[in-house]
Write a protein that binds this ligand. Structure first.
Ligand code: KIV
Length: 269
C-alpha cells in the first residue's frame, strides 16, 4: 500500500515572490466546508476576526477571543489542504507586549497548525512583528482602516482622504515591511494612497477597499457571496446565495406545511 503524499501548502516565500508578478487571491473562511470551497481557488485563506460579526452576530470585532479564533482556525485547517491559512490575532491578545503577542501567536500556530498570523497596526506594532518573526512566526500585517481600532478612529472611515495623513500611512506600511512581515493587508484607503504603498514596500500588499493595483485582493467570503446584509461599497457581490437560501428555506417550510415533504423518495419502507 503506498501512502499518498500530502498536498503542499502555499509557503511564505511563494507569497513574497508574487509581488509585482501574479495577483494573490485571498478570501476569508471560518468553517471546514467553506474552507474546502475556497481552497480550490485561493492562495490564502484568512480566518479573520470578522467572524465575530459575520458568524457570531457581534457588533464589532472587539469581543472576539483567542479561543474563538483557535476553534475556527482548526476547522479551516481541516477543510483545506493547499492554501496558506492565516489566523487573525484578536483584539487584546497581542498589543500589550511582544512577549504577550508571542505567547498567544505561538498557541494559535501550535494548536491549529496554521501558516501565519495577522495583526493590525503599523509603526506601533513593528517591534512586535520583529519579535515574532525572529522567533519563527510568520506575520501578515494590516494597515489603513484597522477594524479593531474603530473605537479610536470614530467608526469605519476610509483612510487617507486628507493627503496630509499620507506620510504617516506610508511610514506604517514601510515599518511593518522592514520589521519582517511577509505581506500586508491594506484596508479602506484612498486608491492613490494604496498605489503609493504598493510601490513603496517590498512585500505584497493585499487590498480590501483599496486599489486594483495592489499585489492581491481579499474579501470577506460571506459578503461576496451575498450572504451578508448591508455591505460596504468596495464589495462586489459575485453571487447571491442569500436570496437562493431564502427561496430554498421558504420552499422547505411550504413543503412541510402541505405535507409534500417527506415524499416517497425520502422515507424508508
Ligand atoms: O477580519 C477580517 O476578515 C479581515 C479582512 C477583512 C482583511 O481582517
Amino acid at each position: 500500500m503506498s501512502a499518498q503524499a500530502p498536498v503542499k501548502r502555499v509557503t511564505v516565500p511563494q507569497i513574497m515572490q508574487a509581488k509585482g508578478a501574479t495577483p494573490l487571491v485571498a478570501l476569508t473562511a471560518y468553517t471546514a466546508p467553506m474552507a474546502a470551497l475556497v481552497d480550490a481557488h485561493a492562495d490564502i485563506i484568512l480566518v479573520g476576526d470578522s467572524l465575530g460579526m459575520v458568524v457570531h452576530g457581534m457588533t464589532s470585532t472587539v469581543g472576539v477571543t483567542l479561543e474563538m479564533m483557535i476553534l475556527h482556525g482548526k476547522a479551516v485547517m481541516r477543510g483545506s489542504q493547499r492554501a496558506m491559512v492565516v489566523i487573525d490575532m484578536p483584539f487584546g491578545s497581542y498589543e500589550e507586549s511582544p512577549e504577550q503577542a508571542f505567547r498567544n501567536a505561538a498557541r494559535v500556530m501550535a494548536e491549529t497548525g496554521c501558516g501565519a498570523v495577522k495583526l493590525e497596526g503599523g509603526s506601533r506594532m513593528a517591534p512586535t512583528i520583529r519579535f515574532l518573526v525572529d522567533r519563527g512566526i510568520p506575520v501578515m500585517a494590516h494597515v489603513g482602516l484597522t477594524p479593531q481600532s474603530t473605537n479610536v478612529m470614530g467608526g469605519f472611515k476610509t483612510q487617507g482622504r486628507d493627503q496630509s495623513s499620507w506620510p504617516a500611512h506610508l511610514t506604517d506600511a514601510r515599518a511593518v515591511a522592514e520589521a519582517g512581515a511577509f505581506s500586508v493587508v491594506v484596508e479602506g484607503v484612498m486608491e492613490a494612497l494604496a498605489d503609493r504603498m504598493t510601490e513603496t514596500v517590498v512585500i505584497p500588499t493585499i487590498g480590501i477597499g483599496a486599489s486594483a493595483r495592489c499585489d492581491g485582493q481579499i474579501l470577506v467570503l460571506d459578503d461576496m457571496l451575498g450572504l451578508s446584509g448591508r455591505v460596504p461599497r468596495f464589495v462586489r457581490k459575485f453571487g447571491d446565495l442569500g436570496s437562493r437560501a431564502d427561496e430554498a428555506i421558504a420552499d422547505y417550510a411550504a413543503a412541510v406545511r402541505d405535507r409534500s415533504f417527506p415524499a416517497e423518495a425520502q422515507v424508508y419502507r
